[in-house]
Design a protein around this ligand. Structure first.
Ligand code: NAP
Length: 311
């Protein structure tokens, strides 16, 4: 496909930050294209219920909210092309994006690529995805109704996942490399009270056991070095996320955690390139903070475009 036209703004990634940027951009009269790999929503699109996004007193399904954000931006003229961005030349003018659907150009680029689940890094983990290893309890939990599952992690995601799974599965084996949870009290206390949750503290998953599907794991106690085998049908890896920055690595400055270095202005180390949502340095990665970034990025892009037209 590809296009000769030069957009005012190309947004890479159609999650809440990306579509908010698109909404504000088209409403500011900017010719705007969103490039999205699969479907709107990013990580939010895989969340069953979002209870902390204001305005939805009963909570809202993440996929539905994502679709509504897309439709809202498109109502004002934003265009979406489903394409994977393979290469970006962000220092060029106009900025160029090589995608699976051809090449696109823009005066400004908003990076809204989000963050993906972090992997455990044990042997055969990737091969067992879909055959016992999972990264999203809200998406895959129902496959383990009445079965035994393990959850690895110690933060809010792990605690929330374990609580959800404890209501679906017969038994949940919670594995954490420390002796205390990092999770907030609102998740921690109910989790510690669940009768069908068994805790393995100071433990690391050393090996996955399987035939065709996962059958269990070998855990190593980090204090004693002792190993135990557990039996489980599923193992949910809930150990945080890693930013999707492959596209910009070497072009934009990243922080020590690998996130794109950008402050509240969303400006990156390259003029005309903005980073919004979970992919940028920030203290709290939530839908509300992501959408705020989208709005700010457009304000900054307008300032940048105004300077360009003065040259
Ligand atoms: P997180 O807070 O970074 O916690 C990750 C957990 O996984 C930590 O306990 C960490 O252990 C452990 N871990 C990391 N790498 C590991 C490895 N290789 N092997 C074993 N364990 C490992 O991540 P998160 O829980 O996904 O949360 C991410 C952000 O989203 C947080 O800001 C969180 O508050 C937010 N969140 C909010 C909600 C909500 O408000 N409803 C829900 C979910 C997430 P250590 O403790 O040893 O570092």
């Amino acid at each position: 496909m590809g296009e000769k036209r030069i957009y005012d703004m190309i947004v890479v990634g159609g999650g809440p930050a990306g579509y908010t940027a698109a909404l504000y951009a088209v409403r500011a009269g900017l010719d705007t294209l969103v490039l999205e790999k699969f479907s709107a929503g990013g990580q939010m699109g895989q969340t069953q219920v979002i209870d902390n996004y204001p305005g939805f007193e009963e909570g809202v399904n993440g996929f539905d909210l994502a679709e509504r954000m897309r439709q809202q931006a498109e109502r004002f003229g934003a265009k979406t092309i489903y394409a994977e961005v393979e290469r970006a030349d962000l220092a060029a003018f106009p900025k160029a994006l090589q995608t699976s659907e051809g090449k696109f150009h823009a005066r400004t680029v908003v990076i809204a690529t989000g963050a993906n689940p972090r992997e455990l890094g044990v042997e055969e983990e990737a091969a067992l995805v879909g055959r016992g290893v999972a990264y999203c309890a809200a998406c895959d939990g129902m496959f383990y109704k009445g079965k035994t599952v393990a959850v690895v992690g110690g933060g809010n995601t792990a605690a929330e996942d374990a609580l959800l799974l404890s209501r679906i599965a017969k038994k949940v084996i919670f594995i954490h490399r420390r002796d205390t949870l990092r999770a907030a009290k609102v998740y921690r206390d109910p989790l510690l009270r669940m009768e069908n949750v068994e805790f393995h503290w100071n433990s690391r998953v050393e090996r996955l056991l399987h035939q065709d599907n996962l059958t269990g794991a070998v855990l190593r106690d980090l204090n004693t070095g002792k190993r135990v085998s557990i039996s489980c049908d599923g193992l949910f890896v809930s150990i945080g996320r890693k930013p999707a920055t492959e596209l910009v690595a070497g072009q934009l400055i990243l922080d020590p955690g690998g996130y794109i270095q950008a402050d509240e202005t969303t400006r990156t180390s390259l003029p005309g390139v903005f980073a919004v949502g979970d992919v940028r340095t920030k203290p709290l990665r939530q839908v509300v903070t992501a959408v705020a970034d989208g709005a700010v990025a457009v304000q900054m892009a307008e300032e940048y475009l105004a300077q360009l037209s003065e040259i």
